[in-house]
Design a protein around this ligand. Structure first.
Ligand SMILES: [Zn+2]
Length: 195
């Protein structure tokens, strides 16, 4: 049992399936708490399970390197920002919000020598951002931001809440999603209908 930001989380770690479920459950619980509470929760998980959590991910889990990012053709691939520590921005103080938005942008720009104009809200669900977060994104110098819900960007879309389709691991399914506009429009109508 873990205490994540004041709520008890029970998990089972008996096989691959339960371990996967445990990860989902703990990760979801961590999305609802502040950055500070998250660090405390991670410490507690580590100490209960008897593992020390490294400051940086091991080779197996490390992120793409600056060098690898620099090799991506800027004509084809744009590098945007997703904050420094992936907090739920609506829960950040004004100064935390500003730091997350500007530090990530400045770091990418100085490491890659490319201008960063696009932003992606951490977690990106409707409950994760609000008009003041969107305003702060604009003030930090971004020209657009994407969310993690919805399907199609329409002509009158808000540039700071552009809907997007995530790329699944299966390439064929991705192809199907981007080729299936009637299907996507239908999905969109049902989403709007359910609001
Ligand atoms: Zn993310």
């Amino acid at each position: 049992m873990f205490n994540i930001g004041g709520s008890a989380q029970y998990i089972v770690l008996s096989d691959k399936y339960t371990r996967y479920n445990a990860w989902n459950k703990l990760a979801d619980a961590c999305l609802l708490i502040t950055q500070n509470e998250r660090l405390i929760a991670l410490d507690e998980i580590g100490s209960i399970l008897g593992v020390s959590i490294p400051d940086r991910p091991s080779q197996e889990f490390r992120a793409i390197t600056w060098d690898q990012l620099g090799q991506l053709d800027p004509e084809l691939i744009e590098i945007g920002s997703h904050t420094c520590s992936h907090p739920i921005l609506k829960k950040c103080s004004e100064s935390e919000l500003e730091n997350e938005l500007t530090q990530s942008k400045n770091t990418i720009e100085s490491e890659l020598g490319r201008k960063v104009v696009s932003f992606c809200y951490p977690n990106g669900q409707i409950s994760d951002y609000n008009p003041s977060v969107m305003q702060a994104v604009q003030k930090a110098g971004y020209t657009n931001a994407v969310v993690a819900h919805g399907t199609l960007v329409e002509a009158n879309a808000n540039r700071f809440a552009l809907e997007r389709i995530s790329a699944p691991h299966n390439n064929q399914f991705f192809q199907y999603m981007i080729d299936s506009r009637p299907y996507l429009s239908q999905q969109k109508k049902s989403l709007i209908g359910s609001k």
